[in-house]
Design a protein. Structure first.
Length: 355
């Protein structure tokens, strides 16, 4: 058999494999339709909302993949409401997601990590009967884009609590995480993946860039109860609470399945995504420089906590469940312990000793 014949056979096998894979995997659109009855508020509005987020994700994914070829990397030259230096992609992603949602008139309000205040959306005729508000971190870990490291988007969806047809109010956004009706993240890495939940499990969809379609690639995602990875910026060790320091020593001890492996990317979405797939814990605690923590409750912690719990994991502030925290401000910060159930509970034990 000649090399040319062998190559032709391998090529045919490869084509058949991808053909079968494409047929086997549902598209995101098909999945949303199939699962719509599982959602207690099923009306089609939430489906259109998730489809809009899907569209914006594809636009941002394309731009992220252009980094280095077009002038989209580096600092924008302004600071956001948290006093953080905005990156060009922060501003771009923020505009894409907001414009996509506003133009389709499927939400009545948006709160973004990049905006000082929430955005009220009026319909073209001045009214808006939409029932949902969206909170979003348009581009998490954007400073990593300059060095070609994975970044992501995080979103959270709530039903408004004020009467429909009236302008949204702050209380529509300041809701406990347990009130979320949907949450998800998009990771822009070696492939672009959209992972989301509506309270009936967690499913992941991978973008086929050749045809611009998301396919179900990770159905019913579950995190191990025990993991072997801990993710934390140990460069800040001296600033951590004693409970965190003691837990890190525990992670590094040679006993049982320890020491654990340290893995820290610096993009929340990427670290969380890896730990869901492999098992592990992510920690961003308080510190002497950030006494309230650094991550935002509404834009980052609540949606990730919802996803993590639906995947069988746990998320807390080191003492109590994240999704039971009563928000008091739009850009509220909290410490964050999230991941495999047994690992988070062990970290909480160490924190309780020094409470």
């Amino acid at each position: 058999m000649t090399k040319l014949t062998i190559f032709a056979q391998q090529n045919t096998q490869l084509k058949n494999h991808f053909s079968m894979t494409t047929k086997r995997h549902q598209t995101l659109g098909e999945f949303i339709i199939d699962k719509q009855e599982d959602f207690k508020y099923s009306s089609g509005e939430l489906s259109r909302l998730i489809n809009s987020l899907r569209l914006a994700a594809k636009v941002v994914s394309h731009q992220v993949n252009q980094a280095g070829l077009v002038d989209i990397v580096g600092a924008f030259g302004t600071e956001n409401v948290q006093g953080e230096q905005q990156q060009k992609l922060d501003v771009y992603a923020n505009e894409v997601f907001i414009n996509t949602l506003v133009n389709r008139e499927i939400v009545c309000g948006i709160a973004s990590e990049e905006e000082d205040d929430f955005i009220t959306i009026q319909g073209k005729k001045g009214d808006n009967d939409s029932k949902y508000v969206v909170l979003i971190d348009p581009l998490d870990g954007s400073s990593n884009i300059d060095v070609n490291v994975s970044v992501g988007t995080i979103f959270s969806i709530y039903r408004r609590v004020t009467p429909t047809g009236t302008p949204v109010q702050l209380e529509d956004f300041l809701q406990k995480g347990e009130n979320q009706v949907a949450a998800g993240y998009i990771v822009y890495g070696s492939s672009t993946m959209l992972v989301y939940t509506t309270g009936a499990g967690v499913n992941g969809f991978t973008l086929n860039p050749a045809i611009g379609t998301f396919y179900l690639s990770h159905p019913n995602m579950k995190i191990k109860e025990d993991g072997s990875i801990y993710s934390i910026n140990e460069g800040n060790y001296i600033q951590f609470p004693q409970g965190v320091k003691d837990y890190l020593k525990y992670c590094q001890e040679e006993q049982g399945n320890r020491p654990y492996s340290a893995r820290y990317i610096g993009s929340l979405v990427s670290d969380i995504h890896r730990n869901i797939l492999k098992g592990g814990i992510y920690i961003y605690p308080t510190s002497t420089k950030a006494p309230k923590g650094k991550l935002r409750l509404l834009y980052e912690c609540n949606p990730i906590a919802f996803i993590m719990e639906q995947a069988g994991g746990r998320a807390s502030d080191g003492y109590s469940r994240i999704m039971e925290i009563e928000p008091t401000e739009l850009h509220q910060r909290v410490p964050f312990f999230c991941g495999s159930k047994n690992m988070v509970e062990k970290a909480e034990e160490f924190m309780a000793l020094h409470q």
